[in-house]
Design a protein around this ligand. Structure first.
Ligand code: DAK
Length: 272
């Protein structure tokens, strides 16, 4: 961004000039909007780096009491950037500091609200699941389609989704890569509210303002307690998932899958 731009209020104080996100505040609510529409908000490393920076700035701002992460009307985020990943080796993945950005989101103690319209796929769904509350618009579509490009979820998806929706639904979603609607996501407990598409940001900000009225220390402790009970059990899963995700970059199938996506053709998997 275009740091002077704002979505629903003033630009965050001394916000740097972001390229892929827009950060602003609306009263006590920090708002971070992914803004890379040409690549469907694919979470390339600089994108997630900017997002985490903006979230941390809101966390450091005493006037901000809740933070909303959103995307555009057509897409929340279509996952990690497959163009960036397509040439990476297993060693590149293992030695890169990409995952560090994702891990930093875990240290955010202010409530994080994901406001999802359109596709929240792969890392996009994982980003939403890294938040504390997910609000969906009627157009939201969630999924972990990594299997279709020779990968598996790699930013906590297998572990968190399994805890949220249970083993059998998680297996169905992770093994088929199919998308689910906002209605299904509501039934499965992945989202807690569905709102009309045109009200998604407004609704999330209104929820943020409602939370801003609560006693901040209780809010923080409540979040930490739920998080401890949830994340404590998923940490082992996430560590295991991460190793397997990196190992897949040593397979021909993963590179074939990502290349095929970029070249807009059907992949051929040889099991190599
Ligand atoms: N990466 C890069 N470019 C993408 C993209 C992606 N994930 N998704 C879409 N694009 C690009 C397309 O290549 C296309 O670019 P151009 O051809 O115009 O240059 C443009 O966005 C529009 O996309 P489509 O033409 O495909 O648009 P459609 O409306 O037809 O389809 C779609 C929308 C969302 C269904 C489709 O684009 C799609 O299936 N996208 C890929 C979804 C996907 O497979 N996501 C999972 C990616 S793997 C980790 C961190 C994160 C992760 C793992 C580890 N660590 C740090 C360890 C996460 C991994 C993933 O998310």
């Amino acid at each position: 961004m275009r740091s002077g731009e704002s979505v629903a209020g003033a630009a965050a104080p001394s916000a740097p000039a972001y390229e892929f996100i827009v950060s602003s505040t609306d009263g006590p609510v920090g708002l971070v909007r992914l803004d890379r529409p040409k690549a469907l908000n694919a979470l390339a490393t600089p994108v997630i780096a900017e997002l985490v920076d903006a979230v941390e700035r809101h966390q450091a701002d005493p006037a901000v009491r809740a933070i909303v992460i959103t995307g555009g009307p057509k897409v929340f985020a279509a996952g990690a950037d497959l163009k960036e990943f397509s040439t990476a080796s297993a060693v590149d993945m293992l030695s890169s500091d990409r995952i560090g950005y994702w891990d930093r989101l875990k240290n955010v103690w202010k409530p994080l609200i994901a406001a999802v319209s359109g596709f929240a796929l792969g890392g996009g769904c994982e980003l939403a699941m890294s938040c504390d509350i997910i609000i969906a618009s009627e157009t939201a579509r969630f999924g972990q389609p990594e299997i279709n490009v020779g990968l598996i979820p790699g930013a906590g998806g297998t572990a968190r989704l399994t805890r949220i929706v249970g083993k059998f639904v998680a297996m169905d979603l992770v093994l088929t890569g199919r998308q689910i609607t906002a209605e299904e996501a509501l039934k499965l407990g992945l989202v807690s509210r569905i709102v009309p598409a045109e009200l998604i940001v407004e609704s999330a900000v209104a929820l943020g303002k409602e939370l801003a009225q609560k006693p901040p220390i209780s809010l923080r402790f409540a979040k930490e307690a739920v998080q401890r009970s949830f994340e404590g059990r998923v940490d082992d899963g996430i560590a295991f998932e991460r190793k397997l995700f990196y190992m897949l970059f040593a397979t021909e199938d993963a590179h074939e899958g990502m290349r095929a996506f970029i070249e807009k053709r059907r992949p051929t998997y040889a099991g190599q």
